[in-house]
Write a protein that binds this ligand. Structure first.
Ligand SMILES: Cc1cc2nc3c(=O)[nH]c(=O)nc-3n(C[C@H](O)[C@H](O)[C@H](O)COP(=O)(O)OP(=O)(O)OC[C@H]3O[C@@H](n4cnc5c(N)ncnc54)[C@H](O)[C@@H]3O)c2cc1C
Length: 400
């Protein structure tokens, strides 16, 4: 009997794991991807969508044809329940999907409860719907400008996106000719500017500080938010920052189906994994990307999470695919790549400028790490967008 592999989620992690596995084993395995949506989203470009620089169509593609061309079955359905002791997943319609091997690549949901009012009064840019909503708020703001607050709450992890959005806002204000009349403030849980949720990079604090001064942005670090009202962010130290426009990155949780399966997930709904990306509890269940838990290796006065970006997600997906191939061949899974040791590779956009982050390891200790600032990074970011959309759409997951 052919082994059945079920992959939950069809974006960076799910698409990569499913197609890599099918490419490795061809007809010797049946791979099915189940995802609640029928499109791939290139999340890094959400920072541009609110300004009308990208549309939904620019940064998405339908995954059905991609999976069909790769010989992977695609089911558009949300997983509702994972039952690892029975080797099956139940979808929202109650249909049972049995598996021999399961890969969980279901990403996250926003934790709106950590700071009341973020969803209703500030908004964010984490999902396509969030970014479209931020775009509506931005257009309203342009008709009636005032102060702006951009932030990342206690427990947040996606600091790169917050910085990118901050500097893109500053750039857009200048283009609209209203930069001088707007007070722009960045509020973050990070203990220092340029921590990025990875405990910084050499010269990072200095470089971000320099960018902020050049753009006349006020930075408030080490800060929790109490709530966001209709027109102000209330900080934990009692201060209120009035705004006409705000964007706040919240903390994340695992999706409900994962969070409710307590034999595989932690309290926040993330899946603790071994270095093989097998879950701690089941040899045949894997988790990659945002869905996988990462131990936060520091203690900060205000809680700061670790960002799980696209590059490590793809590496984890390849490791999981290689290990499932081994298991199907009757071997012990031996491929290992701890999250902390995956290279750091990220380009942060600033509108017409940016910073490239390079490091041999995501987390310290690192032997080599550097930041390269400059306008070329905006062009690189745009190039990466085109490349990744092409690579993913055409299923060329073995390319870097
Ligand atoms: C604004 C923003 C900017 C970013 N910028 C960068 C960047 O510049 N560089 C970078 O490397 N990374 C960046 N990232 C991070 C990057 O997007 C993530 O690392 C990547 O998306 C992780 O992939 P994933 O497959 O784990 O999760 P996701 O991409 O979130 O995919 C999750 C998948 O699971 C599916 N799913 C959800 N619920 C269910 C369910 N119940 N059943 C079945 N399927 C389900 C979803 O539809 C989706 O297909 C950014 C993220 C954001 C939000």
């Amino acid at each position: 009997m052919k082994k059945q592999v079920l992959v939950l989620g069809g974006n960076f992690g799910g698409l990569t794991a499913a197609i890599a596995l099918k490419k490795a084993l061809h007809g010797d395995v049946d791979v099915t991807v189940m995802s609640d949506r029928d499109y791939f989203l290139y999340n890094p470009s959400l920072i541009w969508l609110p300004f009308g620089l990208r549309t939904r169509d620019d940064i998405t593609f339908k995954v059905g044809p991609t999976f069909e061309a790769a010989g992977v079955e695609f089911v558009q359905k949300a997983a509702a329940k994972i039952e690892p002791e029975l080797n099956r997943v139940v979808d929202v319609d109650g249909v049972i999907h049995p598996y021999d091997y399961l890969v969980i690549a279901t990403g996250t949901v926003n934790d709106w409860d950590r700071v009341p009012g973020v969803k209703e009064n500030a908004g964010t840019i984490v999902t396509l719907a969030d970014a479209e909503d931020s775009g509506r708020r931005w257009r309203e703001f342009l008709n009636d400008p005032g102060d702006i607050v951009i932030g990342a709450t206690q427990g947040a992890s996606c600091f790169g996106a917050a910085y990118e959005y901050l500097f893109n806002v500053s750039y857009q204000l200048r283009k609209a000719g209203i930069k001088k009349q707007v007070k722009l403030t960045y509020v973050t849980a990070e203990p220092y500017l340029g921590h990025f949720g990875i405990d910084g990079m050499p010269t990072g604090e200095f470089m971000v500080d320099m960018f902020m001064k050049k753009e006349s942005i006020t930075g408030i670090t080490n800060m929790a938010m109490e709530y966001v009202s209709k027109d102000a962010v209330k900080l934990a130290d009692g201060r209120e920052l009035p705004f006409k426009y705000a964007m706040v990155v919240p903390p994340f949780l695992g999706i409900d189906a994962v969070r409710s399966c307590d034999t595989i997930s932690n309290a926040a709904g993330f899946v603790p994994v071994r270095d093989t990306y097998q879950t701690k509890t089941y040899d045949n269940v894997y988790a990659v990307g945002l869905a996988a838990a990462v131990q936060v290796p520091w203690t900060t006065p205000v809680a700061v999470g670790v960002p799980k970006t696209g590059f490590p997600t793809e590496i984890q997906a390849h490791v999981a695919a290689a290990n499932i191939s081994s298991q199907i061949a009757g071997l012990v899974p031996t491929r290992e790549k701890p999250f902390a040791e995956i290279p750091a590779l990220c380009v942060m956009d600033a509108g017409n400028n940016g910073i490239m982050l390079l490091g041999d390891h995501m987390l310290k200790p690192r032997r080599a790490a550097m930041l390269i600032p400059g306008p070329q990074n905006h062009a690189i970011k745009v190039g990466l967008e085109k490349y990744f959309l092409w690579k993913s759409r055409t299923g060329r997951v073995n390319l870097p």
